[in-house]
Design a protein around this ligand. Structure first.
Ligand SMILES: [Zn+2]
Ligand SMILES: [Zn+2]
Length: 465
């Protein structure tokens, strides 16, 4: 049942944060069965590490027998106001992560992971990875940015558990927490007394726990010096020339050296491979020659498939080049096309990551980067003087870049052959094929959405009426 990447977690700790408001105990279900149900779900997948569960809710609204059932099976109970459950849970998760280095497993039982937690958590996971499980009572259809080992329906976990299945390990005495007052105790009676005390009511009114999440990764530094493992490692660059073009009048032979100089400034001196993507039928010869003469590969695509081609090239490169290594994407549309799948990949196998764009994005990417640049500052467009000084060294013996056609998957070494290819019948035919394939996909999607929105029976009724 275990994937090969999960083996290190078999006996590792499992910590569970459970939002009882989103995923309540069903009517008539015994609170004492929650722990064995969750343990059983993990056991079935091959995990046998110790399980720590904390249940979050406004515990004034939870019946005594449920709390007793939870507590007697070693489930910690936390009280907070309903609106703050998510932020309290998250702050506990952060604290737990800081005290429990991987390998370990995290499970979050909540409906709000995607909307509230996923951005910050996906960034944390790119930096320090834990094995992650989710459970919820409903989820959205959109693909999450979080990489998980398994996602469950909450009710299914409870339904799948049969009493005789497992002997729960003798439970350690569970704690009752009041998150509003930072108060804890071991007896339900004391806990109830606290929750109904004047002191507690006052504390909750005067110092309510924040409702908003506090994303810790927002403050992470960028453009810091290279970590030793990356200092001499390979660097691969995928560059969308449409978003970030070579500026008018800028010498294309300077692109590589400008980029490399910025890398060196941060302490990166590994070999740099660069591929420039664009509609090359629109790109002047001297620009292509300039790039190619400094060992920049150029790749012809059309807009409809550009990011598909960039991403599949990036995947192929990752397969051939295990970490440590650095990846860089130069593009303005990263968030739209690449960020989510790339963030998921980074949670599985982490590379050092650079970005560049022509204008600063309005929000921070879900991708964790160690350096980001504005395209024009990366090219040092305003630094004319340095340009003159560097010019002779720029033309040093790089191997020549390759000309790729990413529509026909062919390549040439000379620009003349490449131009011949781009104006050939075979190439035109391939381009037509790709465009008509995309059009038919659009058409099918439109039909499918129409069917979903207006099922046939309704449409028929409408036309006949
Ligand atoms: Zn309290
Ligand atoms: Zn072609």
């Amino acid at each position: 049942m275990l994937g090969k990447n999960e083996a290190e977690y078999v006996r590792a700790k499992i910590a569970v944060w459970w939002d009882m408001k989103d995923c309540p105990i069903p009517q008539g279900y015994d609170g004492g069965r929650i722990r064995p149900s969750i343990e059983s779900a993990f056991k079935k997948r091959g995990y046998s590490g110790p399980v720590f569960i904390t249940a979050y809710a406004d515990q004034n609204q939870t019946a005594d027998d449920l709390l007793q059932g939870l507590s007697s099976t070693g489930v910690d109970v936390s009280h907070t106001i309903s609106e703050s459950i998510c932020s309290v849970m998250y702050s506990d998760m952060l604290e737990w992560r800081s005290k429990n280095p991987p390998p370990a497993t995290m499970m979050i039982i909540s409906n709000q992971v995607e909307n509230v937690l996923s951005w910050d958590l996906a960034r944390l996971q790119q930096e320090t990875k834990y094995n992650l499980f989710l459970a919820y009572s409903f989820s959205s259809d959109i693909e999450s940015v979080l990489g998980t080992s398994k996602e469950w329906r909450w009710k299914k976990i409870l339904k799948d558990y049969k009493d005789e299945e497992i002997e729960s390990a003798a439970a350690a005495a569970a704690l009752f927490y009041c998150k509003s007052c930072k108060f804890d105790c071991k007896s339900l009676e004391k806990f109830r007394k606290h929750l109904s005390s004047k002191k507690h009511a006052l504390e909750e009114a005067v110092n309510p726990w924040g409702v908003e999440l506090d994303p810790v990764t927002k403050l992470w530094a960028r453009n810091y010096a290279a970590k030793p493992e990356y200092a001499t490692a390979k660097i691969a660059v995928w560059w969308n020339m449409k978003d970030c073009p070579v500026p008018e009048g800028y010498d294309a032979t300077r692109v590589r050296s400008s980029i490399e100089r910025e890398f060196k400034n941060l302490g990166y001196s590994g070999p740099v491979s660069i591929t420039a993507y664009g509609d090359l039928t629109q790109t002047p010869d001297d620009l292509l020659r300039g790039l190619s003469s400094t060992g920049v590969d150029v790749a012809h695509t059309i807009s409809d498939v550009k990011y598909k081609r960039m991403f599949s090239d990036l995947l192929a490169w990752r397969d051939l080049n295990p970490p440590p290594a650095t990846m860089m994407v130069i593009s303005d549309q990263l968030e739209q096309f690449l960020a989510k799948p790339l963030a998921r990949l980074q949670q599985m196998k982490k590379y050092n990551l650079f970005l560049a764009y022509s204008s600063r994005p309005y929000k921070m990417s879900v991708l964790v980067t160690s350096a980001e640049w504005l395209w024009e500052s990366l090219l040092a467009v305003s630094e004319k003087r340095r340009h003159v000084l560097q010019k002779c060294s720029d033309r040093r013996s790089e191997s020549m870049g390759v000309f790729y056609c990413k529509l026909c998957f062919s390549d040439c070494k000379s620009l003349d052959h490449f131009r011949n290819h781009l104006s050939s019948k075979e190439h035109a035919l391939e381009e037509d094929n790709i465009i008509s394939h995309i059009e038919s996909l659009h058409y099918q999607r439109r039909q499918w959405i129409e069917m979903e929105m207006f099922p046939k029976s309704k449409r028929l009724r409408k036309t006949s009426g």
